[in-house]
Every structure is written in structure tokens, then in C-alpha cells.
Design a protein around this ligand. Structure first.
Ligand code: SF4
Length: 104
């Protein structure tokens, strides 16, 4: 599933530059950062952890149950987002948190 930022966001901005898919932006009206689920791949294809969650001081980047996706769907998404270099993406322990979870 995509990751979302809860209303407890303190708008520090630590997450924004961490996202490899430019999925995070500042929502001025709400004074918090938001994640575009259409661009979030849970970092699948890039890293084995959600980079925004790892960088977030109050730990408010959490799984979004409204956007449940499989590893295959997320991997397809990253290749579509970056179609000009789709062949460069690989799925392994270093690029998918799903693999780490399976390993226990
Ligand atoms: Fe971006 Fe990864 Fe966070 Fe999704 S989980 S918003 S891809 S940093």
C-alpha cells in the first residue's frame, strides 16, 4: 500500500527530499506534507525501507490502508513513473521491503 502522512505531521519537511519518486509535497492550507499515492511505491524499486518514514522525526509516515498494493503493482508503478529508465530497476533485498519482511 502507499504510505501516507498523518495529521500529526509537524511540517518539518524532512521527508520531501528523501522521496525518490517526488511523491511528497507541502499542503499549505493544512500546513502539513502530503503523499501522492499515484507516485508512492513504498520505495519499491529504490530502497528496502520507506525513506520518508525513516527520515520522519515524529514517525507519522505510515501505511495507507486506502491504497493497498502488491509488490508487483508497486514495481510496475515505479517502472511506469520512470519509463525512460525502466530497465534499470530490479527487485531484490535491497530494493523491496517486501523481501526483508519475508526473510523475517
Ligand atoms: Fe516516496 Fe518512498 Fe515515502 Fe512513498 S514511501 S512517499 S515512494 S519516500
Amino acid at each position: 500500500m502507499a504510505t501516507k502522512i498523518t495529521e500529526e505531521c509537524i511540517a518539518c519537511g524532512a521527508c520531501e527530499d528523501e522521496c525518490p519518486n517526488t511523491a511528497i509535497s507541502y499542503a499549505e492550507a493544512a500546513d502539513l506534507f502530503v503523499i501522492d499515492p499515484a507516485r508512492c511505491t513504498e520505495c519499491v524499486g529504490h530502497d528496502n525501507e520507506q525513506r520518508c518514514a525513516a527520515a520522519c522525526p515524529p514517525d507519522v509516515c505510515v501505511p495507507d490502508p486506502a491504497h493497498v498494493e502488491t509488490e508487483a503493482e508497486l514495481f510496475d508503478k515505479v517502472k511506469t513513473l520512470w519509463s525512460e529508465r525502466a530497465d534499470e530497476f530490479i527487485l531484490d533485498d535491497s530494493t523491496s521491503h517486501f523481501r526483508l519482511n519475508q526473510a523475517g
